[in-house]
Design a protein around this ligand. Structure first.
Ligand code: UTP
Length: 456
């Protein structure tokens, strides 16, 4: 499209064109290219979403939703066996959402490249890759791994995998694919510029994965390859159990299109999505959609009325993911973002509204959704912040704690101080991906941990 036409179409965005002639040619080209690719219908939808605001929680009928108890599904022999068969037949593909900006961690680069393991300092991507490689060796079939990046971090993520030879996985079984971007707006609904002179945009949220799977034709290719289920997890949780035969088997036997792991909240206000009956259908809402009374409400037995939190580990049927044609709803987040201010030519932090869709909005659309309770110690230690809760320290401690417990279960003495392991221990997934394998590998060779110890 010619510059004059673009200027005419977007002329109402006066600020974008201030001091136009003074801008470097590259910055002008970038803005025009971004405007050219911006769908006016999409922008109208964003503005409508902005002016509608968030539906008041009270306007939606929310009721408690039970979850399948841990002992029930993990103790089910049928589920375990069905899951083993599904994995051995290569029915599961792994799906990691890694397109987020990781702003809270404050790490330059994709979050999956963050060195997190206690001793080796293995990055998150390596830990997942090793779990998948261990599963590949165990089941002897291809294990497909699809990683969603965003246009903002795709290049460095791909380079990271290439430099490390895909961590030993066959390259053709690993697919990195990009999600889209959505423009961020001012609170009044105007477009903003990023420091490089283009439009300020943010990745579409983890819900963008459904669109991206379709746009890339990936869902169809996975189905053709026999991958009937997608094991979805986030890039920030190194404790994710990959694979999980009981989870796969329970999901399949229940005839569910989407199953999701939840755990008991550590405190009523814990910032996790909350599984609920929403207008009579099972779903997950943002923690902030429960008002403070709802968060603290008690059931007749004295426990929390809404006791569970979602840890963003889902199994989705590939055909279900591929068939969801309607876009998921958009959620708003008000954040400060760095913007170019044409009037001054400088970069400033400004109030902005980001739009994102969330994968859990697919739950009410699925047949027979299941919520399976799991244990925090075994499956959840997310890396969100540099310090404080869900931080580098707590995530590393979660790994040390899990590996120490596995060693203790094998009869190894692990000295503790104040309840915490005295030494750092790390078990590479390639050494043992679960306590049973650890027992087989160790035999009677180790009795006690008396220094920082790596099993690799
Ligand atoms: P978070 O909600 O923790 O966001 O993402 P974030 O962008 O990683 O971190 P902050 O909020 O900026 O600090 C949860 C998961 O969803 C993925 C993230 O990569 C992470 O695995 N995600 C998030 C995407 O893949 N795309 C997005 O647009 C947003």
């Amino acid at each position: 499209m010619r510059t004059a036409e673009l200027l005419e179409r977007w002329g109402a965005e006066v600020e974008l064109f201030e001091h136009w002639a003074d801008r470097p040619p590259e910055a002008r080209r970038r803005l025009l290219a971004d405007l050219d690719s911006l769908d006016p219908g999409l922008l109208a939808r964003l503005r409508e979403t902005l002016s509608a605001g968030r539906p008041a929680p009270a306007a939606r009928r929310i009721a408690p939703l039970p979850a399948v108890a841990l002992e029930q599904w993990r103790g089910s022999r049928e589920a375990g066996q069905a899951g083993e068969e599904l994995l051995a037949a290569g029915r599961t593909a792994f799906l990691t959402v890694a397109g987020g900006q990781g702003t809270r961690l404050g790490w330059e680069g994709p979050k999956g490249c963050f060195p997190i393991s206690p001793i080796r300092k293995a990055p998150l991507f390596q830990i997942f890759a090793e779990k998948i490689l261990a599963a590949r060796r165990r089941y002897g079939v291809p294990m497909r791994w699809c990683i969603m990046t965003s246009p903002l971090n795709h290049g460095p993520t791909l380079e990271f995998f290439r430099e490390r030879d895909f961590f030993g996985l066959p390259e053709e079984e690993v697919t990195l694919f990009r999600q889209g971007l959505l423009p961020s707006l001012t609170p009044e609904g105007r477009l903003l510029m990023s420091p490089d002179g283009g439009l300020a945009r943010n990745p579409t949220g983890h819900g963008g994965i459904l669109q991206a799977l379709r746009d890339e034709g990936l869902a169809g290719r996975l189905l053709e390859a026999g991958a009937e289920e997608l094991f979805y997890f986030q890039v920030d949780n190194p404790l994710v159990r990959l694979p999980d035969p009981h989870f796969a088997g329970w999901h399949r036997l229940a005839g569910s299109q989407l199953s999701s792991k939840v755990l008991a909240k550590s405190h009523p206000e814990e910032r996790l999505g909350v599984p609920v009956l929403l207008e009579g259908r099972p779903g997950i809402i943002e923690y902030s959609d429960l008002n403070p009374e709802g968060m603290r409400a008690r059931a007749a037995d004295g426990g929390l009325l809404f006791p569970y939190g979602s840890i963003a580990i889902h199994l989705l049927n590939t055909s279900f993911a591929a068939s969801l044609a309607l876009p998921l709803p958009l959620h708003l987040a008000r954040k400060r973002v760095r913007c170019l201010v044409p009037r001054t030519g400088g970069v400033e932090e400004r109030e902005a509204v980001k739009f994102e869709s969330f994968i859990f909005d697919a739950v009410p659309l699925a047949a027979s959704p299941q919520f399976l309770q799991t244990s925090r110690e075994e499956e959840f230690a997310p890396l969100k912040n540099a310090a404080g809760p869900d931080s580098i320290a707590t995530c590393t401690a979660g790994m040390i704690e899990q590996h120490s417990r596995w060693l203790e279960a094998c009869g190894v003495q692990v000295p503790r101080e104040g309840g915490r392991p005295r030494y750092r221990v790390e078990i590479s997934p390639l050494f043992a991906a679960d306590p049973q394998t650890l027992q087989e590998r160790l035999g009677n060779t180790v009795n006690k941990i008396d220094e920082d110890t790596l099993f690799a």
